[in-house]
Design a protein around this ligand. Sequence first.
Ligand code: NDP
Length: 294
Amino acid sequence: MSGLPEVAALALSGRALITGIFGDPVEHSLSPAMHNAAYAALGADRVYVPFHVLPDQLTSAVRAITALGILGVNITVPHKERAARLIARLSREAELLGAVNCIVNRSSSLYGDNTDARGLELALRELKVTIGGRRVVIIIGAGGGAAAAVLACKRLGARRIVIANRTRRRASALARRFAKPRIEVRGLDALLDRALLGNAALIINATSAGLSAGGFPALDYSSTPADCVFYDLLYARAPGAFLKPALELNRTTADGALMLLHQGVLAFELFNRLTAPADVMRKALFERLGRALG
Ligand code: NDP
């Protein structure tokens, strides 16, 4: 034995197939851990690679998918909406959301899909969140993640949805994508509107505020009902700035780990046309996050 440290061997052959993720930043992503654990469990000659793609390189990176024979890539912040404009063939869901989180390479033809809404819907169902009736769902943010949240909440029967975003114009554009129920558009002042908050069943953070420097926008947590659920699309080892005050008030909270898991399982099956070992992916993700399997 040499003195070299032991490395978990990725037994890739010269024919290994590549999948991956394009993002900026990308190093925080736990998708590689989930997908590579799935390949290892299946004994597949495949690998999932994180690619740090800057905004001005997105077009070249997308072109490289076919040039390099990459099977498929996830698309993450901040590229989802631009990627949807770069791909000619989109699923109906990606078209509706105006955002792509998966680009699939089928015989050198690219296809854009979006598994975020289905992922979030499955996560909220697993958490047994109920949002029917007259209570309001408040979605903070108006990017691709927020679009997925609107669709997931509609599918779960939400009858009143408010989108609160820093840039109102962007929130209005998102609201116009959806038919019934009519979506109300607000600025971040909505997060201090006691009457609105007092009627909230679910508040979803779909901003990337936690990724950059600076805190989360002011939110009057104490005005929310005791059974209001706080869901953060962001995931991390510890609760972020959006969830912490809710936890201090004993509100039910969850972060984006379950959404990540479910969208990842769906993406794995799109890229590989194999049944995903979902339990393996869950275990890999939860291990990385330092939490017990639920
Ligand atoms: P986008 O870049 O498309 O949108 C970002 C949103 O955040 C915009 O609405 C933007 O507002 C808002 N925002 C950014 N910084 C601030 C700030 N400092 N204060 C207030 N608002 C701010 O990102 P996505 O929609 O793709 O992703 C949003 C978040 O959701 C990310 O954290 C992402 O990681 C997470 N996500 C998690 C998933 C999961 O599987 N768990 C899946 C999808 C997303 P404005 O319009 O004014 O710029």
